[in-house]
Design a protein around this ligand. Structure first.
Ligand code: HPA
Length: 246
């Protein structure tokens, strides 16, 4: 049976929708993952949950050990990853609390450990990254959303910034000119590392706020938390439906 994993982002530190079967702590050649791997079952299906920012939420985006997280999931036999990520909305459809299933990425992050291919026989390996999100897994998410009657935008370009600060108005304007619909801080190198490990990977992007300069005034943490609360309730329902559909 295909093992599916959920990587929970800001606003989704725990996943209580399954029956807990195990908690696995792993060390990897790349160091410690963000948290223990929480294993459980829904409808007889095995699920692994990982809190990307740790549990409790304590690791900022630029300090996440993305390699250890992906390596650990691979060791556990995971073949498909659903990444849940809080994002800022750039284009007009991406209003707070809305959900998108992105299909493209532009990477603006820097200085992160972004590949498994550094030395040894695999050092000169160039993975294909034409489709950073696995089309078949995205299609299943979009179908599950339709079944659960959750409105999602089935497409979108995710721009990954370095953080931890939010962006300037000019940076968001540039990202919009580049074609970004969404801005977040954790999509890369996570997606590329999953691809290097030949795992399917798709994301549920939950809009927490309008990106910088898209509204009057500044972005507040209170606003982010409020919209994430609504968006993550929909995300939990979407994940349950995805798993039920198999
Ligand atoms: N920018 C970057 N990352 C984010 C944002 C944002 O506005 N909101 C939630 N994650």
């Amino acid at each position: 049976m295909t093992q599916i994993a959920i990587i929970g982002g800001t606003g989704l530190t725990r996943f209580d929708e399954f029956t807990l079967t195990d908690r696995v702590e792993l060390d990897t050649p790349f160091g410690k993952p963000s948290s223990e791997f929480v294993c459980g079952q829904i409808d007889g299906k095995n699920i692994v949950f990982l809190a990307r920012h740790g549990d409790p939420h304590s690791i900022p985006p630029h300090k996440i050990n993305y390699r250890a997280n992906i390596w650990g999931l691979k060791q556990l036999g995971v073949e498909q990853i659903i990444a849940v990520a809080a994002v800022g909305g750039i284009t007009s459809a991406m209003a707070p609390a809305h959900i998108a299933i992105p299909d493209q990425i532009i990477d603006y992050s820097y200085g992160r450990q972004h590949t498994f291919f550094e030395d040894g026989p695999d050092a000169v390996t160039h993975i294909d990254f034409t489709h950073p999100y696995t089309p078949s897994l995205r299609a299943r998410l979009i179908l599950a959303a339709a079944h659960a009657k959750i409105a999602v935008t089935p497409i979108g370009t995710y721009g990954c910034t370095q953080g931890p600060r939010l962006e300037t108005t000019a940076e968001i304007a540039r990202m919009e000119r580049d074609g970004c619909d969404l801005v977040g801080m954790t999509g890369m190198p996570e997606a590329a590392l999953a691809k290097e490990q030949r795992m399917d990977y798709a994301a549920i992007a939950v809009v927490a706020n309008w990106a910088a300069g898209k509204t009057e005034g500044e972005i507040s943490m209170e606003e982010i938390e409020r919209h994430l609360h609504t968006g993550m309730a929909k995300t939990r329902a979407l994940l349950k439906e995805l798993i039920a559909l198999g």
